[in-house]
Design a protein around this ligand. Structure first.
Ligand SMILES: [Zn+2]
Length: 425
């Protein structure tokens, strides 16, 4: 049953001891695996393919015995067995909504929404009973806006289901209804701020906004500072996907994103599917306890790492660090994985670097990596600088490459950060 006491939403659950947390997750995991195996054709066939019975998965480490489910697995299964691919467990009372999400995935929405993860996230962001919240996420076909809508109800807050509509209407609604909370993408919030400034409004006086809850996009710290400063409010971000729901949320401390209790999040090696240690970067893989459409080891395609040390807010859950990029942007050079975020990390050390691009080619069966860099300004001692960048690239990427400086505009604006031009024949 949902905790409808608004004093401190889910405090007891969020502050469980390590031992209690492990026992809780073990029990939840065992329950969903048995349930999924029994009632979902797709889940059963995935267990059978590797010859594992649910009883053999006793703890989180044992999850490694099960295969990773990729989005393409889901899409292919749904093509063969429309609409839900056999992953669904449809209860007698049926489905409330049928969603159709990007990537062409059908998803059944349960009759009674009981998942508290988004509500936990909203509470941690500062949303409370009596707040009036503008939901600018899209209510059209996909589940996110609906899940958040239901979650506000759990907290006792009112929702203005505006969707990503026109900006001046949104601002008007915010003023007429004394809206105290915003939900949406950071870029939409920025557009709202710019539009309000364009109408010569005093953002702090003319709006009643207290908190903003943002997600679905990268949220750089510089943008947070800018928006928090202009609006004089608290902005916290959340991470999740339409397939597996909320996987992490920031608390007031904003030291990473707390993983909610009712989901298992693993960080795995993209090649082997094995779990990585705390701090190591890998793919975010989630197992949900949703009894209508459970996902077992669903690969999100996003890269991050775990933070294990305790958070000053008192919540005892492990946290996800920054989202560092997508697994499909990865390239292998000389047998070593290269991620765009690693390149970003190196380039951030050199203020005079503008656009840049890594081009991978192949010459006489050998990989060659060239890094093209646009200079923001003329720099002296180019030879020295080139060597410095090459050295730092090698240190971070573990692969040698050649640096070539080009003039401004030398790299097309929408060029891929890593352009793999190798031809395999
Ligand atoms: Zn915290």
């Amino acid at each position: 049953m949902i905790d409808r006491t608004h004093g401190y939403f889910q405090r007891e659950k969020e502050t469980m001891s390590k031992k209690k947390r492990e026992a809780y997750l073990k029990e939840k995991l065992s329950e969903i695996l048995r349930y999924g195996y029994r009632y979902s054709r797709a889940i059963r066939s995935r267990f059978d393919a590797v010859g594992v019975k649910p009883e053999r998965v006793k703890d989180l480490k044992d999850l490694e015995k099960l295969p990773i489910t990729k989005k393409t697995d889901l899409v292919n299964a749904q093509k063969q067995t429309p609409p839900f691919g056999g992953f669904e467990i449809v209860p007698k009372k049926g489905i409330r909504r049928i969603y159709f999400s990007p990537g062409s995935v059908f998803e059944p929405g349960e009759w009674d929404y009981e998942d508290i993860r988004w509500a936990q996230a909203l509470f941690a962001c500062g949303v409370r009973k009596g707040d009036v919240v503008l939901n600018t996420f899209n209510y059209h076909l996909t589940p996110l806006a609906f899940m958040l809508d239901e979650s506000l109800r759990m907290l006792g807050a009112s929702v203005v289901p505006v969707g990503p509509g026109n900006l001046s209407m949104q601002i008007q609604l915010m003023r007429q209804l004394d809206v105290t909370g915003f939900m949406g993408t950071p870029s939409l919030l920025m557009s709202l701020v710019e539009a309000a400034e364009g109408m010569s409004l005093d953002l702090k006086k003319d709006l009643s906004l207290k908190v903003a809850f943002v997600g679905a996009e990268m949220f750089p710290e510089s943008l947070r500072q800018k928006l928090e400063g202009k609006l004089g409010i608290f902005i916290r971000q959340v991470y999740g996907t339409v397939d597996v729901g909320c996987l992490g949320y920031e608390c007031p401390e904003k030291k990473g994103m707390h993983i909610p209790e009712d989901v298992i999040v693993e960080i795995v090696d993209t090649e082997t599917g094995k779990q990585l240690e705390i701090g190591a970067t890998g793919e975010i893989v989630a197992t949900t306890f949703n009894k209508v459409f459970p996902m077992i080891r669903f690969a999100t395609g996003d890269l991050s790492y775990l933070i294990g040390n305790p958070c000053p807010c008192g919540r005892t859950s492990p946290r996800l660090g920054k989202i560092l990029g997508r697994t499909d942007q990865v390239t292998k050079v000389w047998g070593i994985f290269i991620h765009p975020w690693q390149v970003d990390e190196v380039m951030a050390r050199f203020p005079w670097v503008g656009n840049y691009q890594i081009v991978v080619t192949r010459k006489e069966y050998r990989d060659e990596m060239t890094v093209y860099i646009e200079l923001k300004e003329d720099v002296a001692e180019q030879m020295d600088l080139r060597r410095r960048v090459e050295r730092e690239m090698e240190e971070v990427l573990k692969v040698k490459g050649e640096v070539v400086f080009t003039v401004k505009g030398g790299i097309p604006d929408r060029a891929k950060k890593i352009d793999d031009r190798r031809i395999w024949e």
